[in-house]
Write a protein that binds this ligand. Sequence first.
Ligand SMILES: [Zn+2]
Length: 159
Amino acid sequence: MRKVKYRAKRCPRCETKNDYSAYSCSECGLIFSRVENGSNKLAKEYILAGEKEYVVKAKQFPKDVSKRTFLLYCGFLGLFGAHNFYVGRYKKAVYMLICGLVAFVLTVIGSVIPNLDTIMSFISIPIGFDAIFWIFDFTEGCFNIYKIPVAVDFKEALK
Ligand SMILES: [Zn+2]
């Protein structure tokens, strides 16, 4: 007999694997449709206020995030983390902004900096990661699998 393997769905809140068709998480009780209707705008306010308990990372575009805007920011200003500022992934955004600016400045005035090779050997790795993030973020955005913070009302979303 062939074993049929169903795809599992990972809970965005507690990481528990659930049945693909599950209505809510078997571990923490999160109702998955609440995540689909979650607000990114509200999540950004929570993150900036340091209240992350109502925020989960959804692997889809919430209703108040435009995929087109995300991809435009990522495509043109992605090296500076613009798309991550847009969806509220601020730590990654700041990292990418700093690396992007350093890379930009070195490209513009690199020829007049003495010991550029020594400087580059120290910072080429973080800048490399910035570029890798950029490519991955854009690809994941295209395929609707980029993790975007959304706020869920857990008082209602839990059993
Ligand atoms: Zn869960």
